[in-house]
Write a protein that binds this ligand. Structure first.
Ligand SMILES: O=C(O)COP(=O)(O)O
Length: 219
């Protein structure tokens, strides 16, 4: 629980990669097909860490308990999978963090609530320096974040105690998952926090920019 950490785990959407433009484009294609206006990225961005559920909520005002939700969700996921890495990039500075970790032979991994077929498809298309030592998706363990299970699974794959790892994420559930796993957490305030207040999430560190992670000297 004290730096330097021996491994870094990243949330994917809104922390490692700026996926919101492709998520928003998938949703807006559906709206345009229905004769609705496209919504501005600024309105959709804060929902991007909540995946299909968040985007369908803001784009169609349907929650998962709505009878129409499963059809909208399936169409959204098909749309997104068809154009998953057109505009998506690593956030500025993330590449430098990964290079730094690589140069010190420190393992890093990804722990996301995105389903594994989309996670793997995105990672296959997203250029990044180095290869994650573990990838844990929303359907890898029985319970996704905020359960600690995905992070504990990642630590097991890295063959490290959870307390030797730090998790960086842009959502309250990321901090909750880390704390439940006995892992320190950094809140990515540069991600899809919208009006939410990452400084109130109890994270040990708050990053306004990715490179602050290196400036803090945590690895
Ligand atoms: O797609 C989701 O549900 C969110 O993914 P994340 O956990 O990488 O933010």
């Amino acid at each position: 629980m004290t730096p330097p950490y021996k491994a870094v785990l990243f949330d994917l959407d809104g922390t490692l990669a700026d996926t919101a433009p492709d998520l928003a484009a998938a949703l807006n294609r559906m709206r345009l097909e229905r004769g609705m206006d496209a919504l501005p990225l600024a309105q959709l961005r804060p929902m991007a860490s909540h995946g299909a559920r968040g985007l369908i909520q803001v784009g169609f005002e349907r929650s998962p308990d709505d009878p129409e939700y499963p059809v909208l969700r399936d169409e959204f996921l098909r749309n997104y999978a068809n154009s998953i890495c057109v505009h998506t990039r690593l956030f500025p500075g993330v590449g430098e963090i990964l290079e730094h970790l690589g140069s010190r032979a420190l393992p890093w991994g990804i722990v996301t609530n995105k389903v594994s077929n989309l996670t793997l498809q995105l990672l296959a298309n997203l250029p990044m320096p180095g290869v994650p030592a573990c990838v844990v998706s929303g359907d890898t363990t029985a319970r996704p974040k905020p359960s600690p299970d995905p992070l504990l699974h990642a630590a097991t794959l890295l063959e490290l105690p959870a307390s030797d790892c730090i998790y960086i994420g842009d959502d309250l559930r990321d901090m909750q998952a880390a704390h439940a796993a006995g892992m320190d957490a950094a809140a990515a305030a540069y991600g899809y926090c919208g009006h939410r207040e990452p400084r109130r999430w109890g994270a040990r560190y708050v990053l306004d920019e990715p490179l602050e992670f290196l400036q803090l000297g945590l690895v």
